[in-house]
Design a protein. Structure first.
Length: 655
């Protein structure tokens, strides 16, 4: 178990944790929550041995393997797949020992022991395990073979995450793992962590992710580690109950609850769409507890009333969207009306950000038309907005540059709602964290009174309190909202339409986020099946057309009579049977090969386990058997893959 007793931990002169105690048992999944700067990441550094406590003790079992996500990625020419496999340090160590042993012709029994150990730690399946991790994080087969140096910063963080997951760890430390992921990858990671058998410590500001992964919440508050049983929603309920007992907080809590009830009633009266409406109403009903748990939030702001409210804000007509010679979305026909609240869904790279940029007018159309309503005023948030802030200027200077005619005190009051108060409002933003800069970028957008908000991952780097403030403000926003986010709570709380961007098209999605999760899984399976078929077509260019001809149905012609119709149906069935027959024969042959190879492999392993195998007289045979073991394992893996391909064809059917 992990045991912390009487821990005191400081950063410089600032004490972050003082006389705190905590016990975490093996296999527990724990969420570590608390405001930015309270010491969560510092505690992780302590557990990794990167710093020392000022007082108290930390006990970790000596044999525990600890995995974490590296913050730096080397400029390596190794492939993404090899880089991910490097996360299994023991695997790489055994591979090196095997190579050295075989190169230096050491004793056969040592090599045999290394082979057995390699098999025991899953060495022969390591490549496929790494490929599955990368696929879940958004790397297709082609990208898995690209050098690490060719990837951008966000994709390198995904590679580092894959390395951490590849490690067969006893304790996994994840600090904001979803920041650089899209929604599909977040949902995949959620499922992976659910099946993880080690101990997990998780820092994230994604409440839905916390809810679905952790069973214990540790709140770092007032320099103590306070443990709550249950997921994040259970923690919020417990916090709400605590706050309700405080008379000074109760009045503010009741005011927020009344506001939320009013909003829910208005929404119920307008809701006509089944699943989206039900999902959002349930979320809003939960927000009584959420609001109560966050009544001490330092953030409080709202969107100002837009100057104009055109009925139709933007019309994309027969629009092709993309970059240079590459078209991402074709013939998009889309109208945005005042008051629409839309969440964009779709796999990574499908064109969600491309669509948002085209709506914003920052990306020119390849063809077609983009028509604006009179009085349109766009508020556009993307990551490059943060990069365009003037680092040497203060938040107050940014506001004055935006609107020189407004009184300074009005700016200060407004910035206070984003928790830029006192000296921080006057300080240069150069040392600000990513979350603080994102807050300022949002503040600048809110001030300009937009009637169309285009938000591309607006909650990256924002803590839970700020995310909650953004969600509440967007619920009261009167204009049109289009948002891309991996934060499902934000999507459920602020949108009532979901649109799907996939396969070059944009269309309304008939379902909620749970339905989308199922759709995404099926979509990945379909893409993988297409890749396998493409690979087969390249490797066997002659055989594929034969199956296609046998499978292709003949054009239907009106039957002269019932006998002709029956003859045609019989001929069609025979055609399918003829096409299936060679596949079934091949499958039977492969099954026989698998059985033979499996028996040979088991016999070799049994012999290697005997004492006779390591007698001096048996040394030549030992070397021969070790060599044959490697050959058999390789052949068996190849035959199993061929069997899978043939079985897949039979299951899909020859039509």
């Amino acid at each position: 178990m992990l045991r912390i007793t009487s821990l005191t931990l400081a950063r410089g002169a600032k004490r972050l944790i003082e006389n705190a105690n905590l016990t975490i048992f093996p296999g527990h999944k724990v969420g570590l929550v608390g405001p930015n700067g309270c010491g969560k990441s510092t505690l992780f550094a302590l557990l990794r041995g990167k710093m020392h406590q000022d007082a108290g003790d930390i006990y970790l079992p000596e044999k525990w393997v600890i995995a974490h996500v590296a913050q730096e990625t080397p400029q390596s020419h190794r492939t993404a797949l090899d880089y991910a496999m490097d996360g299994d340090v023991e695997l790489r160590s055994v591979e090196k020992e095997l190579l050295d042993a075989e190169t230096n012709h050491v004793a056969g029994e040592i090599i045999a022991e290394l082979h057995v150990h390699y098999d025991h730690i899953g060495g022969y399946a390591a490549k496929s395990r790494a490929a599955a991790l990368l696929s879940g994080l958004g790397f297709n087969a082609e990208r898995q073979e690209q050098p690490v140096a060719t990837f951008s910063g966000g994709w390198r963080m995904r590679l580092n995450l894959a390395q951490a997951l590849m490690c067969r760890s006893d304790l996994l430390l994840l600090d904001e793992p979803t920041n650089h992921l899209d929604l599909d990858a977040v949902m995949w990671l959620e499922d992976w962590l659910e099946s993880y058998t080690g101990t997990l410590l998780l820092i994230t500001h994604d409440r839905d992710f916390l809810d679905n992964v952790v069973k214990i919440v540790v709140h770092l508050d007032n320099k103590k580690l306070n443990e709550y049983t249950g997921n994040y929603s259970a923690f919020e309920r417990a916090r709400a109950a605590q706050f309700a007992l405080q008379s000074s907080a109760f009045a503010k809590q009741q005011k927020q609850i009344a506001h939320l009830h009013s909003f829910i009633d208005r929404f119920k009266a307008k809701a006509t769409k089944a699943k989206q409406a039900q999902s959002r109403v349930k979320t809003l009903e939960r927000m009584e507890l959420i609001a109560a748990a966050h009544i001490d939030s330092p953030f409080e702001f709202s969107f100002r009333e837009p100057d104009a409210k055109p009925r139709q804000l933007i019309h994309l007509k027969e629009a092709d969207l993309g970059y240079e010679n590459k078209t991402i979305l074709e013939k998009v026909e889309w109208r945005l009306f005042y008051g629409d609240k839309i969440g964009l869904l779709g796999p990574n790279g499908a064109g969600k950000s491309t669509l948002v940029k085209s709506l914003a007018g920052t990306l020119a159309l390849q063809s077609g038309g983009r028509y604006e309503g009179q009085g349109l005023k766009i508020g556009y948030f993307a990551q490059h907005q943060v990069e365009q802030l003037r680092t040497q200027e203060s938040p107050l200077q940014h506001m004055k540059r935006l609107d020189p005619g407004t009184r300074e005190q009005e700016f200060r009051n407004f910035l206070g709602g984003f928790d830029f108060r006192g000296q921080q409002a006057d300080a240069s933003i150069a040392p600000f964290s990513g979350g603080e800069k994102a807050r300022l970028a949002l503040a600048l957008i809110v001030w300009q009174k937009p009637n169309l908000l285009l938000l591309d991952e607006p909650t990256n780097h924002l803590d839970i309190e700020m995310r909650e403030a953004v969600a509440e403000a967007l619920q009261d926003f009167d204009g049109t909202l289009v948002v891309v986010a991996h934060d499902r709570h934000l999507l459920k709380a602020t949108t009532d339409q979901l649109w799907l961007v996939a396969d070059g098209t944009v269309a309304e999605f008939d379902g909620d986020l749970d339905d989308y999760k199922q759709w995404a899984k099926e979509y990945v399976k379909k893409q993988q099946a297409q890749q396998r078929r493409g690979s087969q077509a390249k490797s066997v260019p002659v055989a594929a057309p034969v199956l296609e001809v046998a499978a292709k149905p003949k054009p239907e012609t009106p039957p002269a009579d019932r006998k002709d119709q029956k003859r045609q149906q019989a001929a069609s069935r025979q055609s399918v049977a003829n096409a299936r027959k060679p596949l079934e024969q091949k499958l039977a042959k492969l099954e026989t090969e698998m059985k033979t190879l499996t028996t040979e492999r088991d016999n070799i392993v049994q012999w290697l386990a005997t004492e006779d195998a390591y007698l001096e007289d048996n040394k030549p045979r030992l070397q021969e058997m070790l060599k044959r073991q490697g050959e058999v394992v390789t052949q068996l893996a190849d035959v199993e893959w061929k069997w899978f391909e043939v079985q897949q064809k039979l299951e899909e059917g020859v039509t």
